[in-house]
Write a protein of this length. Structure first.
Length: 364
């Protein structure tokens, strides 16, 4: 009742700009007048992805705008494009030391120093976006990520998850595993490890470098993201075969990382604002990502692009090799094993609901 009275008082007191996040804060039991009086927050935020990229990069721009408007400018995040402050691989160390207050980061880039980090970004034959979000918010996802990243003096918040990438852009069709052997291909994370294991030559490369590498022949093929984002990068101009499904990355998740000391200094109301803002950004990322892809694939013929599906026998072999990679990585790192087992357990129960509750994919 007290919260309702606070809301009524705010709405009738002539205060301006009582926006959804502020009202939401009141419903969570936060005293909004106190929040309005909080100290100003002015943070530099490094983005891993171009903020103009739909669903993948623009959630951090959405969060920045929402926090600014919801607090009448008290919280302002100045978002920097990729590499403007530090390179992607240096983002987490910079936040850990406090040199950078926050970043919108793809955690797979931390795989070299935190092996389990890749599991919070993308997993071959893993969770779809709504399942990953369910595991993060309702399962053990957030707790595990915080436990692992707090050791680095970093606090993680899920701030985006989107649907599958394509299986890559190729100069010729892929009809068997032999067609992948010896292929110089840009592939990241665990998917790249799977391809290397079957004889391809997978390498990690920043998005802005891929087109030139394809053009020069340094790369034979590449994956990067969803069709709407790949279109911006122009891969279709060189590689005319876009393969599906994105076996290596059924979802892509990106997180807001905040220096843990700074996070702990925030008031409970400000922490709630960041959490609500990132939750909203995650929902917007899912919906925007799902809305844009059909039109892109529909436009392929006019660009001379052929969309094709990987044969079932190729997918089954990739799945088998992926299981080997996951077992090998689990044996090397206790945190990797712990997160992977949590995801598998959640997936097993979720599959029961998915199989009973939803139409089969081939039902029309």
């Amino acid at each position: 009742m007290e919260n309702k009275n606070q809301i009524t008082k705010l709405l009738t007191s002539g205060m301006k700009s009582i926006t959804p996040l502020v009202i939401g804060a009141a419903f969570l039991g936060i005293c909004v007048p106190q929040a309005v009086a909080e100290e100003k927050i002015r943070w530099k935020v490094q983005s891993t992805f171009n903020t103009g990229w739909p669903a993948l990069g623009d959630p951090i721009a959405y969060l920045s705008k929402t926090l600014d408007e919801s607090t009448d400018g008290r919280i302002k995040l100045k978002v920097y494009e990729p590499g403007k402050i530090v390179p992607p691989l240096e983002i987490t160390p910079s936040i850990s030391t406090g040199d950078l207050p926050a970043a919108y980061n793809y955690l797979a880039y931390d795989q070299g120093r935190i092996p389990s980090a890749v599991l919070f970004s993308a997993v071959p034959f893993g969770m779809e976006p709504w399942e990953y979000a369910a595991w993060w918010f309702e399962g053990e996802g957030a707790t595990l990520a915080q436990d692992i990243y707090h050791k680095q003096n970093v606090h993680p918040l899920l701030c985006s998850t989107i649907g599958p990438e394509t299986a890559g852009w190729y100069r010729k069709p892929i009809k068997s595993l032999d067609d992948l052997k010896g292929l110089k291909i840009r592939f990241s994370g665990l998917g790249g490890m799977v391809l290397n294991k079957i004889g391809a030559s997978a390498t990690l490369m920043a998005g802005g470098e891929i087109f030139a590498a394809l053009e020069k022949g340094t790369l034979d093929a590449t994956e990067y993201s969803m069709p709407a984002i790949d279109e911006v990068l122009g891969f279709y101009k060189i590689a005319k075969y876009n393969l599906f499904p994105g076996w290596h990355q059924p979802s892509t998740s990106t997180h807001l990382l905040i220096n843990l000391d700074l996070w702990n200094q925030l008031s409970s109301s400000d922490r709630a604002l960041f959490e609500m803002g990132c939750t909203a950004a995650t929902m917007r990322a899912i919906t925007r990502g799902e809305a844009l892809q059909g039109a892109q694939i529909k436009s392929f013929p006019e660009k001379g692009v052929t969309a094709a599906k990987l044969p079932d026998d190729v997918l089954q072999e990739l799945k088998r090799v992926a299981a080997e990679v996951m077992a090998e990585e689990s044996a090397k790192d206790a945190d990797f094993k712990r997160v992977w087992e949590s995801q598998q357990a959640f997936h097993a129960e979720y599959q029961i609901w998915k199989e009973w509750g939803y139409f089969p994919r081939d039902f029309k």
